[in-house]
Design a protein around this ligand. Structure first.
Ligand code: F0G
Length: 462
């Protein structure tokens, strides 16, 4: 075998179990779209050929994780599976205290109930929707402080998730620890396109928070993907072992929230982890109330076991090379055909820039929604709008909010689809691109007052 080099980015796994997916005809999809009010959340998953709605809870588990389900200890208190999970988190992330939660937002609920008082601020590079909602639910004020390049889809900045450190410093100086409950870094920055945060920036942001007496947490959902970008791109860190990078990222933080549905490679689960024993004791009170006894937190013992094993697997460098390579592969196919993307591609998803894709539509004609619907109609591929529909209305004026980015996200589930599937995705998007000038936009016909994107109904503009 001398001279043999493996195909770069080839799958470092083989497939032991398969799940059939169903092809639909264009006529079927037309009918389904009409029934669903042109809202892809309302299309049955069985009628989706390739589902890129989210990378959350959609991972394929490994044989070791499935075996772990059988080994789960279902004790109400002090389950062996909990101790195992805690050991993995202590070893990998370095946080002493661990509270399992049913998913990421459960961890947010417990954390903000513990540390946030009404009127206080939370500073983040960019809040994810559930994080924002939990801050507001506690009467807090959320501020996004990512660098300006984060809002420019054409900028190829390697770490678009970075904090704007001068704005962060200004906010810390102006408001101080009495008014600021927390500084949080979302890694990778989902709302900004799955973009990584550099270690240098994390360190500086954490140091600023600390020097002003404010806690620093990570929203660690996609911590391993972030670490791999650092391993690939960051001067001084290129080629360093991913586990070392992960530890360096965590070392600057007082704790983290985690959705296991992303980088713990499970279908359900999450946790809140921290160093401070006093904070842990306070958080435990809320954890018991919202999630369950502190050693199970809304999960079955088997879920804890699967999450422990997933956290070990996700930092495997062969896995991460394939993972990020696959996302890049899809982006390359699309870019080669001239499709406007959010650059550079993120860790978990490729984002289409709907504003440049459909420049003849204005925001009120819902270009992102129009594009997502067309891609499903064309190829049975489900994506999600991250634009005007998701942004909702300003509660004061009632007018549509106009977000800085109008995107369609193609989130890639982990270990689920092959490159051939992604070729189909690319071909479908490219065909839609070829007939883009014929698209007339959509209008909303039914609009729920909150979280409208899940249940709103639309019709095409004639
Ligand atoms: N933080 C980030 C950055 C997320 O992307 C998510 C979920 C959460 C927190 C909440 O975690 O869903 O387990 O409660 N993101 C999913 C997505 C829903 O599709 O991007 P959860």
């Amino acid at each position: 075998m001398t001279g043999y080099t493996p195909v770069p980015d080839a799958e470092p796994f083989r497939i032991k179990m398969v799940e059939p997916i169903r092809w639909t005809t264009r006529e079927e999809r037309e009918g389904l779209l009409e029934e669903a009010g042109y809202n892809l959340f309302l299309v049955p998953a069985e009628a989706v050929y390739i589902d890129l709605l989210t990378d959350s809870g959609t991972s394929a588990m490994s044989d070791a994780q499935w075996a772990g389900l059988m080994r789960g200890d279902e004790a109400y208190a002090g389950s062996r599976s909990f101790y195992r999970l805690r050991e993995v988190i202590r070893g990998l992330l370095g946080f002493e205290h661990v509270l399992p939660t049913h998913q990421g937002r459960g961890a947010e609920h417990v954390l903000f109930s513990t540390i946030l008082k009404p009127g206080q601020l939370v500073l983040n590079n960019m809040h994810f929707d559930t994080t924002l909602a939990h801050v507001q639910h506690r009467g807090g004020i959320a501020q996004d402080l990512a660098i300006a390049q984060a809002y420019d889809p054409t900028s190829a900045h390697p770490f678009k998730g970075d904090f704007d450190l001068s704005r962060l410093e200004r906010a810390l100086k102006e408001h101080g620890p009495a008014k600021i409950a927390l500084v949080m870094a979302t890694v990778t920055c989902n709302s900004g396109g799955g973009q990584p945060v550099s270690l240098a920036n994390l360190r500086q942001a954490a140091a600023l928070a600390r020097s002003h007496g404010v806690r620093f947490f990570l929203d660690a959902c996609r911590f391993a993907e972030n670490a791999y970008f650092i391993h690939e791109r960051e001067p001084g860190w290129t080629g360093r072992p991913v586990r070392e990078v992960v530890r360096a990222m965590m070392d600057v933080a007082d704790g983290c929230t985690m959705s296991g549905k992303k980088d713990a490679l499970v279908n359900i689960g999450g946790f809140l982890a921290m160093r401070d024993p006093a904070l842990y004791r306070q958080a435990t009170v809320w954890a018991v109330l919202f999630e369950g006894f502190p050693t199970y937190g809304g999960l079955a013992g088997r879920d804890l076991e699967a999450m422990a094993r997933g956290l070990e697997e996700v930092v495997d460098e062969e896995y991460l090379r394939h993972r990020l390579g696959q996302v890049r592969y899809l982006a390359d196919r699309l870019r080669d055909a001239g499709v406007p993307l959010m650059e550079p591609p993120g860790g978990h998803a490729v984002y289409l820039d709907a504003r440049r894709f459909l420049p003849h539509l204005d925001a009120e004609q819902l270009p992102g929604q129009t594009l997502a619907v067309e891609i499903y109609r064309e190829g049975g591929v489900r994506t999600v709008e991250i634009g005007t529909v998701l942004a909702g209305r300003d509660p004061a004026t009632g007018a549509n909010r106009h977000p800085e980015l109008e995107l369609v996200r193609l989130a890639i589930p982990r270990r689920v689809y092959t490159d051939r599937h992604l070729e189909w995705v690319a071909a479908s998007v490219i065909r839609v691109y070829g007939r883009r000038t014929a698209m007339r936009g959509m209008t909303m016909t039914e609009e729920p007052p909150v979280l409208r994107h899940f249940t709103a109904r639309f019709r095409p503009i004639a």
